[in-house]
Ligand binder design. Sequence first.
Ligand SMILES: [Zn+2]
Ligand SMILES: [Zn+2]
Length: 169
Amino acid sequence: MTDPTESNIADPVFQSLRKRGHRITAQRETILQIFRDLPHGNHLSAEELHGKLVQSGSHVSLATTYRTLKLLSSLGLLRELDFAEGHKHYELKEDTVPHQHIICVACNATVEFEDHFLEEAGQKIGLRHNFEVIDAQFKIFGLCPDCKRKARESDFVSEQGRPAKMRIK
Ligand SMILES: [Zn+2]
Ligand SMILES: [Zn+2]
């Protein structure tokens, strides 16, 4: 991981936050840097981020990690995603192309996709209700190709295991 203390001082994102009166602690910079270093399309839960922080020698608590994630999301630096797994995931929002997610309900694999039509629809619906739209999230839930195949195979196995009478219709 890159050193967060010096390198980001001139970072325009942090400069504009400081101008707006937000304190950007080294810890918050470290967290943003972890998200920046993630391979494209990766998302982290608070627990996963906390694990990475502890690994890198930080003594931050899980509660502080939660609070910092909430704060960075409210500042528009991170995007909070609810994949309906009982906990939220986060991804970097700065200069990322608007995108949506397809989530596998069996293995939680997520695939990102872009759709201009959905972005526009989100903006339009927001406007219709006099909202200033910050983010529009569209989620598709289903079975990924792997899990679809596994489901078919186990169907086949149980089909084979049934008494012969039941198999013949
Ligand atoms: Zn994403
Ligand atoms: Zn899957």
